[in-house]
Ligand binder design. Structure first.
Ligand SMILES: [Zn+2]
Length: 161
């Protein structure tokens, strides 16, 4: 049996997500500052950004540029591009972090772990053997901001063309 991902800071995030201003994905789409918004790549119908509350190092999310709440609301172009961008994201992640595997997933609804419930997004989470052991170290709030900016920069540079 694989060990469940244990990321205690995620719980704190999910509990406070409703208090945050605006939609993190729409804010990123509208932002002209990729570094501040942690945007790795902008596609035609979707964007890729680094998760501020990661399950693991290199955790990115792919979201439609349009504020779509329902998984089934995605049109064909969006659905295709989300999958293709997830694949290219894995390409960039593999170059930089050399993970041994990935979890790709949709958290639909608060009970399923979604911090943002009204803008669907696909999680791309790199995995390494034993990663549940070191992940709590990443919860150090003093370390995370630098870590995320660096992750964004490296992924943007490694993005497959
Ligand atoms: Zn949105």
């Amino acid at each position: 049996m694989p060990k469940p991902l244990w990321a205690p800071w995620r719980l704190e995030y999910i509990q406070t997500a409703d208090e945050q201003e605006g939609c993190v994905f729409c804010n990123a789409v509208e932002s002209d500052d990729d570094e501040a918004a942690l945007v790795v790549h902008r596609g035609r119908h979707a964007i890729v950004l680094v998760n501020r509350f990661p399950y693991s190092s290199g955790h990115v999310m792919v979201a439609p540029s349009r504020h779509a709440a329902e998984f089934g609301e995605l049109n064909d172009e969006e659905a295709l591009e989300l999958h293709r961008l997830a694949d290219r994201g894995m390409g960039a992640l593999s170059q930089i972090y050399e993970p041994q595997g990935y979890n790709l997933g949709w958290n639909l609804g608060r009970i399923a772990g979604a911090g943002v419930v009204d803008h669907v997004h696909l999680h791309v989470v790199p995995r390494w053997a034993g990663d549940t052991n070191f992940m709590p170290v990443l919860a150090d709030v003093k370390v995370i901001p630098e870590h995320l900016a660096e992750t964004r920069r490296r992924l943007a540079e490694a993005w497959p063309t």
